[in-house]
Design a protein around this ligand. Structure first.
Ligand code: HXC
Length: 258
């Protein structure tokens, strides 16, 4: 399997997947999502692989969905493509454990991808946020549901409404991440955790994962479908067009409120 935007290597029973679009802070474009879908499918199908680690660069895990790509897209196409639905289904279908190892920015879709992991290990430099509101949109890959379930309504609402970022210490205090480690140790720690999981009985690992998810995900799929539809509808606003254009032109957006 060859990939354009991620690096994939196998270290014994652990698959290490690294985002590799440093020039765009690992923004998630169509190709990244396609590569991730293939890498996760290959991981899930290979009985020799027992745990996966997804990581980014020191500066960014992923700075969100690719705003430049989205800014060109007609609203109806978000709906017709069922924007990011294929990736969401692939991740949800992954039966074996995986960890997100986050250093630097995990914003918007990047934060949402990290929250899809079975758990997050964070470097002390990690910053989590759902700043979509600044672009005239909202989370569209489960963020509003997973963040709220993880950190509670007050913090999730504040983050979604103001776009403020949460640092690693707050993320650990709030239950968003399993553990914070020094940035220099992040990959080693994530691989160590993954190796420990890979050494467990694999069926038990899958069942443990399902059980914990049962507690977390009751009613979630419907909420995520509704969230995705609302995200797609929101892309028809003038403020979304303006917000994305302003980002590309590196200027503040001028909001019309419609
Ligand atoms: C496309 C992006 C990007 C993104 C950064 N870049 N984030 N390109 N999409 N999400 C690009 C920049 O345009 C720039 O390219 C390069 O990466 C470096 O970024 P800078 O902004 O110069 O870096 P810095 O000043 O350090 O600021 C870092 C940052 C900022 C705070 C993370 O880049 C930022 O605010 N990014 C956008 C974050 C965001 O709004 N994410 C949510 C996206 S919406 P050039 O070519 O100029 O060098 C979303 C919706 C999900 O995720 C819903 C899915 C259904």
């Amino acid at each position: 399997m060859s990939y354009e935007t991620i690096l994939v290597e196998q270290r014994d029973a652990v698959t290490l997947v690294t985002f590799n679009r440093p020039q765009a802070l690992n923004a998630l474009n169509k190709q990244v999502l396609k590569d991730l879908i293939d890498a996760f499918a290959a991981y899930d199908a290979d009985p020799a692989q027992r745990c996966l680690v997804l990581t980014g660069s020191e500066k960014a895990f992923a700075a969100g969905a690719d705003i430049k790509e989205m800014s060109e897209k007609p609203s109806v196409d978000f709906f017709l493509e069922d924007f990011f639905a294929e990736w969401t289904s692939r991740v949800t279908a992954t039966r074996k454990p995986w960890i997100a190892a986050v250093s630097g920015f995990a914003l918007g879709g990047g934060c949402e991808v990290a929250m899809m992991a079975d758990f997050i290990l964070a470097a002390d430099t990690a910053k989590f946020g759902q700043p979509e509101i600044k672009l005239g949109v909202a989370p569209g890959m489960g963020g509003s549901q997973r963040l709220t379930r993880a950190v509670g309504k007050a913090k999730a609402m504040e983050m979604c409404l103001t776009g403020r970022m949460m640092d690693a210490a707050e993320a650990e205090r709030s239950g968003l991440v399993a553990r914070v480690v020094p940035a220099a140790d992040l990959l080693d720690e994530a691989l160590k955790s993954a190796a420990a999981i890979a050494a467990m009985p694999p069926v038990a690992a899958m069942i443990n994962k399902e059980m914990v998810n049962l507690a977390f995900e009751g009613g979630l799929s419907q909420a995520i479908l509704i969230e995705r539809r609302l995200f797609q509808i929101l892309t028809s606003t003038e403020d979304r067009t303006e917000g994305m254009k302003a980002f590309v032109e590196k200027r503040p957006g001028l909001w019309k409120g419609r």
